[in-house]
Design a protein around this ligand. Sequence first.
Ligand code: UGA
Length: 431
Amino acid sequence: MRIGIFGAGYVGLVTGTCFADLGHDVTIRDIVPARVEALRAGRVPIYEPGLKELIAKNAARLTFTTEIADVVRDADVLFVCVGTPPTHSGDADLSAVWTVVDELPQDDRRVVLVMKSTVPVGTGAKVRTALDERGLHNVGYVSNPEFLAEGSALSDFRNPDRVVIGAYEAADGDVVERLHQGIDTVFVRADVASAEMVKLAANAALAVRISFINEIANVCELTGADVNTVALGIGLDHRLGKHFLRAGIGFGGSCFPKDVSALKQLAGNAGYHFQLLASVIEVNELQKRRVIGKLQKHLGTVRDKRVALLGLAFKPNTDDMREAPSLVLSARLLAEGADVRVWDPVVEDLGQLPHGVVVCSSVEEALDGADAAVIVTEWDELKSVASADALARMRTPLIIDGRNLLDPETVRAAGFTYEGVGRAVGPAVSA
Ligand code: UGA
């Protein structure tokens, strides 16, 4: 089939490229000319493992453009993959979505408009009304939320747990289902509102799990239990499962913080106070700040202390720093008067970092003279950070492991003071 994609961000590029790989002809449109030029020249403006190679492999079936006419012409299906960032009120900003809808030209051909962008429940109904008011009865509407995680997006596309398709007309849903031929999965056919809610509820449920295990970790610290062992014991219960039980310094990224807040706001706008999500957000904020308390516990004040923040991306295998814990930590530490050094193997766009942070090009450089090292992102490169070389470089050999990446015994045996998240730091407290 011929597919048009609006938006050459993470979702649009991965979706378009993977559909091209399934044999479809794909045209991807972005409004940023530099982005389109880069893609035409074979440069991929985001870091996603395997994407550059897959774009090159499917070059004959992939076209990049800034023109709306190119993307709409002859298309059977149009995917909306534009950003829906949070507004100041916590609602989703749908202006990019509306621009796409408003720009759709009049045509008699049947075309299916598919919403991949994460939108509030009720958006499909509003778009349907807007299309009808413009007389665009030839445009079908389908909600087909994405469940791609950055860093594993290509395999998530090829091996999805499910594909959710919410349509007004069954035939439009059938078209979207047929596009996925070659992918072995379960298709959940739904009404549009339910499909929209599946996306928000799935991300919220995962965020609930993370805040839950982080609170368990905090209680483990006070009671002498070890959260990794607890997570293992919980996760083997088939009703719970082992995923998303890694305690750490809180979730970040372009999705969870935004979608949890959007669902809470959506509920509020509809007259319901979503108390659980309010707590999930609060726990997540506090979890990032607990690192500062741990540093103070070992160093006293952090004023004039040199702290190395290792990892800037919100998780490994991505260059995405949106809502990354590193941003909160660096800002808090600077406010406390610390000398903040940062390192990341991939992140290049450092525009979001607060002024005053020193960016280092190697872990060694970041550790030179440091009073503490904080593992902020669990990059593979950091697994060997507790080396004799690091011990010699650091002024105080303190490691705060925000991701429980290292083995406490080994690190302590190597001469470091070590503190993770929810890991036994002393003898168990008896009741
Ligand atoms: C997430 C979802 O996993 C995708 O299914 C969804 O499609 C995507 O949002 C989206 O809405 O577009 P992503 O944000 O790329 O994907 O990353 P995740 O791997 O889910 O991680 C999110 C955050 O949770 C990260 O900060 C990670 O460090 C944290 N996390 C994850 C934990 O702290 N503990 C865990 O056990 C798992």
